[in-house]
Ligand binder design. Structure first.
Ligand code: C2E
Ligand code: MG
Ligand code: MG
Ligand code: MG
Length: 292
């Protein structure tokens, strides 16, 4: 009996070690205090009108400057933040930061634009989800029309009814809704049929292989056609080179974002881009690693 228990314990212990790396374990611990310690930063990646290279908005992307691990990407900590329940306060912080920055830009005379913020499903299920957004937006005397809420398809498979009413409530006050990473999750035409979606973001995994890979190219082409026929605006994610750009232009894809135009950059660098209004696609300088 004792031997059996011992064996079980060993199994549990070893699988935990395997599943969870030391780094993740440490990060999870540090997440609680990171907000208080002001270790987060919002970076911006411009949305580009592909035909003219004009900047028409930006996606806000969170960054964690960890004192020990350095720059930690959201891919490494968002799911941890969801697990330990920090995601709601983290998300509120991102929105406040975006509103504060955008208020400043308007005060400086910069034109209105759209800014998108990523939301995880957990945030949508919060009571007063929409009210809290409106409160923050109003605090900075902003019109909610500037805001795009990005959701991934995967959250739609849970509690569809409740998600649907959250989406409706957002749109009722003028906030736009984008389906992020489109084509990677359980993309179902039923969602597009039953929900009013304002933007589809074609996932970078399709963009990556065009125009060389015939399948990716055809899928991209049909997503663009589908969106156009349904009256949904499009954003191509992950535009990295001239070939992809010219193909997307040829298909009349209106908006794109990607390293070919700009990496996600700190506020101060984004302001320099905004001052120029135009973002020249540039392979050499933009593809270099994210600057911190
Ligand atoms: P996402 O929303 O799909 O964001 C786009 C990701 O693609 C970003 O990664 C961006 O840096 C990256 N990207 C942009 N252009 C290119 C390109 O040309 N090539 C390639 N290979 N990648 C490109 P990032 O910033 O590491 O964020 C990863 C994910 O973390 C985001 O994916 C989003 O789902 C999540 N995330 C980021 N910020 C937040 C946040 O404030 N709240 C929540 N809930 N999630 C966030
Ligand atoms: Mg996104
Ligand atoms: Mg996302
Ligand atoms: Mg995406």
């Amino acid at each position: 009996q004792a031997k059996k228990e011992g064996k079980n314990k060993y199994v549990i212990f070893s699988s935990q070690v395997n599943i969870e790396s030391y780094k993740q374990f440490m990060l999870r611990n540090d997440l609680h205090a990171a907000l208080e310690n002001e270790q987060f930063q919002v970076y911006y990646q411009p949305f580009i009108k592909l035909r003219t290279n004009e900047i028409i908005g930006a996606e806000a992307l969170i960054r964690w400057k960890h004192p020990k691990w350095g720059m930690v990407s959201p891919g490494e900590f968002i799911s941890l933040a969801e697990e330990i329940g920090v995601i709601v306060s983290l998300g509120n912080w991102v929105l406040r930061e975006v509103c504060r920055n955008y208020r400043q830009w308007l005060n400086e005379g910069l034109p209105a634009m759209k800014i998108s913020v990523n939301y995880s499903g957990i945030q949508l299920f919060e009571k007063d989800f929409v009210e809290n957004i409106l409160k923050t937006v109003a605090e900075f005397e902003l019109d909610p029309h500037f805001l795009i809420v990005e959701l991934t398809e995967s959250i739609l498979i849970h509690e569809f009814k409740s998600i649907k009413s959250s989406i409706r409530a957002l749109q009722a006050v003028g906030i736009k809704v984008a389906l992020d990473d489109f084509g990677t999750g359980y993309s179902s035409f039923a969602y597009l049929h039953r929900l009013k979606i304002d933007f589809l973001k074609i996932d970078c995994s399709f963009i990556r292989d065009i125009p060389l890979n015939n399948k990716s190219t055809l899928i991209t082409k049909s997503i663009i056609t589908l969106a156009r026929d349904l009256g949904i605006k499009l954003v191509a994610e992950g535009v990295e080179n001239a070939e992809q750009l010219s193909f997307l232009r040829y298909l009349n894809c209106y908006t794109g974002q990607g390293y070919f135009y700009s990496r996600p950059v700190p506020k101060i660098d984004f302001e320099q881009l905004l001052a120029k209004k135009i973002c020249e696609p540039n392979y050499v300088s933009n593809l270099s690693k994210e600057q911190h």
